[in-house]
Design a protein around this ligand. Structure first.
Ligand SMILES: [Zn+2]
Length: 393
């Protein structure tokens, strides 16, 4: 198949978004489909005053009487960066083969590292949003997992020590487990960081990414056995042969290769905490790789809507269990979390009975202690002034 997609060069793109007004028009078209279709992001009303008096929000909804702007309810909310730069970021992030490290963004735009890094992650959030919008896959779906990080020879002595203490080595221990599902028919791919390779997690992943009736091809992990409403074909990696003639996960494996080469080519290292965001970026780019450059930018712009990534959320300690639980956090957060936990326990006691619940909790406590120890290791105070422990070239 020949690739006939229309590409834009950087100078061409820059001409297209040369002024704030031009960039604004690009975002208006992407978000609303035209200036005459601008509507309130809160109530949807089209009764809008486009020349309201407000220093940063020039639009006002006459129905809910709230001011808003092109940035409201998008990853650009509260950002003071020019729209021209956001548009250029969309161009480079969607058309570059690998990625655009924050260090480069910092130099190109003359921002602080923190600003550039935050900007990058907000674009990655847009990719993630689009990937989430793909919905569940049908037909034949490949699902595979890989371990990210943990080449001990590239680690500083401290990191290496922490890694070893977390159970790191040549296997899965101490590493971030990245999984991905790929729909054969469309070639679309969606990554997800998972906490374990047990039955609950792996089958949960299958049910979350595929529709009933799908044929799921996976590796030989035992956790996949016994799925409902899915045909399951397993590849036997260790025996270097296929259990079934047509079962393979080569599509996802080629994504691992692109992702890992991209990461090692563009970044010195990435933080385990943000692995999924990076993977979402690479997957999102791959999902739209056959589109015209302008289409890619337009899609990525659309992904910016309805999601936010304030800086304090981005750097928040999200623990090791895939951001699901606040470990640390503010006192108020901890109190709220404890209350929620107590309510859940009371409910569980009613349904499961006290003995079963006690046994379960004991197990959990053991896991918790291990996790917490690993977490404390991760959170050693850093002397690095950078906002995170990732340092690009
Ligand atoms: Zn409104």
């Amino acid at each position: 198949m020949t690739n006939t997609r229309k590409k834009l060069t950087l100078p061409e793109a820059r001409k297209l978004f040369a002024t704030e007004r031009a960039a604004l028009n690009f975002f208006i078209n992407a978000f609303f489909g035209g200036k005459d279709k601008i509507h309130c992001t809160r109530c949807g009303s089209t009764n809008i005053n486009l020349k309201a008096k407000h220093p940063t929000m020039p639009w006002r909804c006459r129905d809910c009487r709230k001011h808003f702007s092109i940035r409201t309810n998008t990853v650009m909310e509260r950002s003071k960066l020019p729209l021209t730069e956001w548009a250029e970021m969309l161009f480079t992030m969607s058309s570059e083969l690998r990625s655009r490290p924050a260090k480069k963004v910092m130099n190109d735009f003359g921002h602080t590292y923190k600003t550039a890094w935050h900007m990058n992650h907000r674009i990655r959030t847009a990719f993630a949003n689009n990937n989430a919008g793909l919905g569940k896959f049908k037909g034949t779906v490949e699902i595979d997992e890989t371990a990210i990080g943990g080449k001990a020879k590239f680690m500083s002595p401290k990191t290496k020590r922490n890694f070893k203490e977390r159970g790191g080595g040549t296997g899965w221990g101490g590493k971030v487990i990245l999984a991905a599902a790929k729909e054969r028919e469309t070639g679309k791919i969606v990554p997800k960081v998972i906490q374990a390779r047990d039955k609950e997690t792996l089958q949960g992943l299958v049910y979350a990414t595929t529709l009933p009736g799908a044929t799921v091809m996976t590796d030989e992990a035992r956790g996949y056995k016994g799925m409902t409403n899915r045909e399951h074909l397993a590849v036997n990696h260790s025996a270097k042969k296929y259990v079934d003639g047509q079962a393979h996960v080569a599509g996802v494996e080629s994504f691992w290769s692109t992702f890992k080469h991209g990461i090692s080519g563009s970044f010195y290292k990435i933080s385990p905490k943000h692995t999924e965001l990076y993977a979402q970026e690479f997957a999102g780019r791959q999902n739209d790789r056959n589109e015209d450059t302008f289409e890619q930018m337009d899609k990525l712009a659309k992904g910016m809507r309805g999601v936010k990534l304030p800086y304090n959320v981005l750097i928040a300690d999200r623990g090791l269990d895939n951001f699901a639980r606040p470990i640390g956090g503010s006192i108020k957060e901890q109190i709220l979390f404890t209350r929620k936990k107590i309510r859940a326990l009371k409910a569980a006691e009613k349904t499961k009975g006290l003995d079963a619940l006690y046994k379960e909790l004991k197990e959990l406590k053991k896991l918790d202690a291990e996790e917490k120890a690993a977490y404390v290791q991760e959170q050693q105070p850093k002397v690095d002034p950078l906002p995170d422990d990732e340092i690009p070239f």
